[in-house]
Design a protein around this ligand. Structure first.
Ligand code: SAM
Length: 493
């Protein structure tokens, strides 16, 4: 722990019982939880309304007026803060920029400090396990061993351990994706083009290794024409990917097929004219989102942001003027939607009735809209015009903060997961991850890239492309199918 603020935070958190919740786990496995701690999210009551469109909501135990600060503090972005070593004070920023800064700032961001992706070491031998609970017990054991080993080298009470299908079901999940890639490559591109695969956000690099091993072992001719390029924002993970590539015995020979590019996809500036597959597996969920709430009477949107005062306290505010990125998302979604999309205002038919009810809150809860994801589609469209996307992420998440499409915000302390009820928390110590509304996102992607798509559940995709007997336990249960029931895939067809 590195600061008095954090000490204070944890003291506050642990005055109340903490609860268990594993990130990236099927909802059926999450425990019931209480939110009695850290209830500093203020009610969305309007405190002040100014003519020029700023509405703010005070936060904290001793609310105070922030008008003066609002008008004098500069509006900053995560990019502006990239070179800062300390968390900013006396600034204001949109929710999207706050999330990005909190997760990706190179000095204090969550990805640079505490995020670790669990690796089970040896693959699980599902066929020899009795049933699903036996798999879960063994996973728990491997988790503890993995973390014990990490703590021996670098103790970290706030380490966050993720588990992804790539790691839990290695090499089988990687082989599943590889089967999809090779089949589609052979159907439409072979022999006129090479098989070029980009993977954005490759974690430990396991998917790359599993895909290349599979192609080499099953279709050497295609393997000779395969190139695999990783685009990875985290320097630590890019190093780990390289290390894992070097250390894997099977990787001998993959060397000249692989390129690891340590860069955020949002800084990409190279035009790739060749047809390629573009993998994005569990990356969308950490992209910054904007918080939009609505005036229940006028139905006009307001954009949420946070002001950080001289003492580092957070004050949430809403602005009637949407910034150009948020405004564009609203326009694109409205134009692209092929079906009604959910709104915190509720179904269209009921809105008139509801707005005349006395004593009702003048504003809705916020909806969190995927503005950064929209910008990622712009990058695909501009620099990878011949790409085919293979994206997978969570379609729903349990235990999120209040709101529509709202994120889960959680930290981990002494190996216990601690969820909180607002995204505006000490930057760098909390994972902030969002569900993806695949219906909306598919329409936005189609509109921005002009490509045709298919959305499928993780389970259906795996049914179609996996050898599911590889991950079956002795009683016939199949964790590859039953875990990650809350995940879906978006595929360019
Ligand atoms: C939850 S991990 C998933 C890792 C891997 N795909 C898997 O399924 O095991 C998210 C990954 O995305 C990377 N990432 C997040 N934002 C990124 C960005 N803007 N550009 C490139 N990589 C990014 C993270 O550093 C990390 O490697």
């Amino acid at each position: 722990m590195d600061s008095p603020v954090l000490n204070q935070l944890f003291r506050q958190l642990f005055r109340h019982p903490a609860c268990q919740y594993l990130r990236r786990q099927s909802p059926s496995l999450s425990r019931p939880q209480s939110r009695s701690f850290l209830t500093r999210r203020s009610s969305p009551t309007k405190r002040k309304s100014l003519d020029d469109g700023m509405l703010w909501t005070k936060r904290g135990d001793n609310p105070r007026d922030i008008d003066q600060e609002y008008w004098t503090y500069p509006q900053v972005t995560a990019k502006d803060l990239r070179t800062r070593r300390d968390r900013p004070r006396q600034v204001k920023m949109s929710t999207r920029e706050f999330v990005d800064d909190s997760l990706y700032n190179p000095s204090y961001g969550y990805f640079s400090k505490h995020a670790t992706i669990f690796s089970p070491g040896e693959p699980f031998d599902f066929n020899r396990l009795d049933d699903g609970p036996a798999f879960q017990r063994l996973l728990g054991q491997r988790y503890t061993e993995f973390e014990d080993r990490l703590d021996e080298v670098t103790p970290d009470v706030s380490r966050q351990l993720w588990h992804t299908p790539t790691e839990l079901f290695r090499p089988y999940y990687g082989e599943t994706i590889a089967r999809y890639l090779v089949s589609n490559y052979k159907l439409t591109l072979y022999p006129y083009h090479d098989l070029i695969i980009y993977e954005m956000g490759a974690g430990n690099g396991t998917m790359m290794l599993n895909i290349l091993d599979f192609i080499r072992d099953t279709d050497y001719e295609v393997y000779q024409r395969t190139k695999f390029k990783i685009i990875e924002i985290s320097p630590a993970l890019a190093d780990l990917q390289l290390k894992n590539l070097n250390e894997t015995l099977n990787a001998a020979g993959h060397w000249d097929r692989v390129e690891i590019i340590n860069r955020s996809i949002f800084d990409w500036d190279t035009y790739v004219h060749s047809p390629c597959f573009f993998l994005a597996l569990e990356v969308f969920d950490n992209f910054g989102h904007d918080a939009i709430r609505y005036d229940c009477r006028t139905e006009l949107p307001q954009q949420g942001g946070v002001l950080i005062d001289a003492d580092g306290e957070f004050h949430e505010y809403y602005d009637l003027q949407l910034d150009p990125i948020a405004a564009r998302f609203m326009r694109v979604r409205q134009t692209a939607a092929r079906r009604p999309f959910p709104s915190p205002l509720g179904p269209q038919l009921l809105r008139g009735v509801r707005s005349v009810q006395p004593f009702r809150n003048p504003y809705t809860l916020p909806e969190y809209v995927p503005t950064r994801l929209m910008q990622f589609f712009d990058v695909l469209n501009q620099y990878f015009p011949a790409h085919r996307l293979v994206a997978s992420d969570f379609s729903t998440l349990p235990d999120a903060v209040p709101g529509l499409n709202a994120p889960v915000v959680q930290t981990r302390y002494q190996r216990q997961t601690v969820p909180v009820s607002t995204p505006f928390v000490h930057q760098g110590y909390f994972d902030i991850f969002f569900p993806t509304d695949f219906n909306v996102v598919e329409d936005v992607y189609r509109a921005l890239t002009g490509k045709l798509t298919q959305v499928t559940s993780h389970e259906d995709f795996v049914h179609r492309w996996a050898y599911i007997e590889d991950t079956e336990t002795r009683n016939g249960e199949n964790p590859l199918l039953t875990w990650y029931k809350n995940a879906s895939m978006l595929l360019t067809v």
